[in-house]
Write a protein that binds this ligand. Structure first.
Ligand SMILES: [Zn+2]
Length: 264
């Protein structure tokens, strides 16, 4: 899989003697979590994994060089059972996903590392990542952090409708891939689908509401798209990428400087 993580920040490029020489109190290890799942007719299965690596790679490149921050290899598979029924979606159960994070946390704690950030770019993983950050803290004494998506970037230029309900294979994801791997975007195959209309407030909504219903993509979006990819441009993707990398980099720096040692 293509990577934007600089070799100098790539944990898997080190040998074990180099790993053993890393300062345990200050080294921050980033564990990316994403998905291999359908993203409509126009984006690749690895979209969430590619975006994770793209944003993280650019964020790491902005860090002060003296900070010991390394990206671990990503957990490519995620809890994607909302997208089952679309060929190509490869999903882990919640129990398996959490067990993978726990086992990796055990390995890192066993090597006496202390600081780990779970960086997630797939919505189906979000609740589990939050649970596991606390569990790894409680069980292994790791100082754990979470980081999600684009780090809070506003995605200037999105319509209010797309901002609220363009959350899968819509304008943002399409623009980020147009800016980075345009050869993987089929611009002739866009489909548009919104699962709710912000102009029609309903009591029960699929997302972004106090009262929701649990949804499966095949029930509400036959093409697999939830959003509108048509306005996506490479220029907006490049701008949002740079803004996200700046936000994510600031968060990683704050985590790297967060006081240690951990008291357990
Ligand atoms: Zn996605």
């Amino acid at each position: 899989m293509k990577t934007w993580v600089p070799d100098s920040r790539n944990f898997a490029c080190l040998n074990w003697k180099q790993v053993d020489a890393l300062p345990r109190e200050s080294t921050l290890l980033v564990l990316p979590t994403a998905a291999i799942e359908q993203h409509g007719h126009h984006l690749p299965l690895a979209t969430d994994t590619l975006i994770n690596n793209l944003l993280l790679g650019h964020a790491l490149a902005k860090l002060p060089s003296e900070l010991p921050v390394y990206a671990l290899p990503p957990v490519h598979y995620g809890k994607s059972n909302e997208h089952l029924g679309f060929p190509g979606t490869l999903a882990l159960s919640a129990a398996t996903f959490m067990a993978v994070l726990r086992d990796l946390g055990a390995s890192l704690a066993g090597a006496r590392f202390q600081k780990v950030v779970l960086y997630n770019t797939h919505g189906g993983n979000t609740a589990l990542v939050d649970v596991m950050a606390r569990d790894l803290r409680a069980e292994f004494g790791l100082r754990t952090f979470t980081l999600h998506g684009a780090g809070g970037v506003q995605f200037e230029g999105l319509s209010p409708q797309e901002r609220a309900y363009g959350f899968h294979a819509g304008e943002v994801e399409t623009a980020l891939l147009l800016a980075s791997v345009p050869e993987l975007v089929d611009q002739d195959a866009y489909t548009v689908n919104y699962i709710a209309d912000i102009a029609k407030p309903e009591l029960l909504l699929p997302e972004n509401a106090p009262a929701t219903f649990a949804w499966l993509t095949r029930d509400i979006a036959s093409s697999g798209v939830m959003g509108d990819p048509r306005p996506a441009t490479a220029a907006n993707g490049a701008r949002w990428l740079d803004q996200a990398a700046t936000k994510l980099s600031a968060a990683l720096e704050a985590m790297a400087r967060y006081p240690n040692p951990v008291k357990t």
